[in-house]
Write a protein that binds this ligand. Sequence first.
Ligand code: NAD
Ligand code: TYD
Length: 350
Amino acid sequence: MNRSVLITGGAGFIGSHVVRHFVKKYPSYLVVNADKLTYAGNLQNLIDIEKSDNYRFERTDIVDETAVDELFEKYKFDGVIHLAAESHVDRSISAPREFVYTNIIGTVNLLNASRRIWTDTAGKVFYHISTDEVYGSLGPEGYFTENTPYDPRSPYSASKASSDHFVRAYFNTYHLPAVISNCSNNYGPNQFPEKLIPLAINNIKTGKKIPVYGKGHNIRDWLYVEDHARAIDIIFHRGVHGETYNIGGNNEWRNIDLINLLCELMDKKLGRKEGESAKLITYVKDRAGHDLRYSIDSTKINKELGWSPAHNFREGLSKTIDWYLNNEKWLLNVLSGDYEKYYEEQYLRR
Ligand code: NAD
Ligand code: TYD
């Protein structure tokens, strides 16, 4: 192995796609997935690659400074791709403290550990994965660029903004080789069914109401998760240290329109009468401080690094629905907490 790469949060939604991408594409890298395995982390997401020679899993809480330091001592990482986070806005509204611990303190622990072992910074990089939500909320016009001032408005985005600032501060103050990307909403397999798309798919499938916050007029830009993983690969290898790259799908949808499309696609797949699933749509109380619109200008990553999204939305959505329909056991396991048993059986008793 010629390079040792830490991927934090690799058992989660985006992380699992990034781990798979790196393990398969770079057999000469040792890919270490460090994850606490919260409700959102599930090793079943990585079943197909878990026996690969160049893959290791470490159950690590990044808030635990000693554990992080020991991990870095053990593997002497050359690169860090940091995805571990508390990631759900609604949870951040009801219980913000965990977001401060994991997203801010966890990030600082990783920055400190990197700084300590990287006495020579040649060939090293700390890559921090962030969100477009740090830029705040847009009106009907305009896009977020890399120069848009930060204006986080939820406890989740406030914690991510803070961690972004720490990464930039370590680049400026200690010359830690660091790069950041801010991405729009991801969708695809392995996403915990509390976020809009998997929640709606699961509810349509099981005939439960689909909760639409407010009027359903809020707008998000959606990107297929594998397109994000490919962007992460490119930025990890070719991103300029000290820089930020915005990543977006160029694919804006009002929530209600997106849910109607899901209903239409699922009526067909489930052999239901047209309009049947849409009857489940239920307008509920709006999210507190609900950001109206996110939209990304990805010109920089497109022009400088040659990345653009490859997946068409209808096809990506159709693939995603199929994955959830074909992985009922996964859904039951994550919703019941039974995925923990998999960790115990597969890892602890080995
Ligand atoms: P996720 O919630 O699906 O997964 C997060 C992972 O981090 C889980 O595996 C969890 O077990 C792990 N984790 C949580 N706390 C931890 C801790 N203290 N120590 C170690 N591991 C811990 O999240 P996701 O949607 O895959 O997001 C991954 C990253 O990408 C996050 O940093 C998020 O802010 C960012 N992001 C997400 C989106 C999106 O649409 N999902 C968009 C842009 C950026
Ligand atoms: P979500 O998937 O939680 O992502 P984020 O808030 O980080 O963008 O929500 C996407 C959009 O869908 C957001 O405008 C809130 C809305 N939403 C609903 O209308 N109903 C739901 O049940 C959920 C989870 C979200």
